[in-house]
Unconditional design. Structure first.
Length: 159
């Protein structure tokens, strides 16, 4: 830790870690004192890998948010996303296996819709296509984040 000789205040809060490398709590670097209100300014010293990890989480959250959006088929709003596509497809396969010609799907308002297998397949296809499109876009953004060389490139990545 370094202390300013004139003011007696801490000017660098880094310490040595177990291995003798500079370290500080939570990656903070002390920047100084704001004389007007006595507040202490610190900034986090994030590495590019830290920033990339944060961007990956942000991209995952964007996909999760997109999956929550409904998919409209023939004027009806069905739940979107991977899990919805799997559930609809499972219901379709079960109906097909036991020889039933119709299925009952519920929409985002929990209203039931009796659909022929052909119409049910259309709903499944649209929900699956939407999820797949969002997932592939997410993967593209992850690859962009992986190849980013600095914070500016990472900040430019948006859905």
């Amino acid at each position: 830790m370094k202390i300013d000789d004139r003011s007696g205040k801490v000017i660098d809060n880094t310490t040595k870690d177990f291995y003798g490398f500079d370290s500080s709590l939570n990656g903070e670097i002390f920047l100084g004192i704001d004389e007007e209100d006595g507040g202490v300014y610190t900034r986090f010293n994030y590495t590019l890998d830290d920033l990339k990890s944060s961007k990956y989480n942000e991209i995952d959250q964007m996909l999760f948010t997109r999956q929550e959006l409904p998919v409209i088929v023939s004027g009806v709003q069905y739940h979107g996303g991977y899990v919805s596509a799997l559930k609809l497809d499972s219901e379709y396969r079960l109906a097909e296996r036991i020889g039933v010609t119709e299925v009952i799907f519920t929409d985002t308002h929990n209203d039931e819709h009796v659909l022929s297998l052909v119409d049910a397949n259309t709903v499944i296809t649209e929900v699956s296509k939407k999820y797949r499109s969002d997932f592939l876009h997410k993967q593209k953004l992850v690859r962009l984040a992986q190849s980013a060389q600095d914070k500016t490139e990472l900040d430019a990545i948006a859905w």
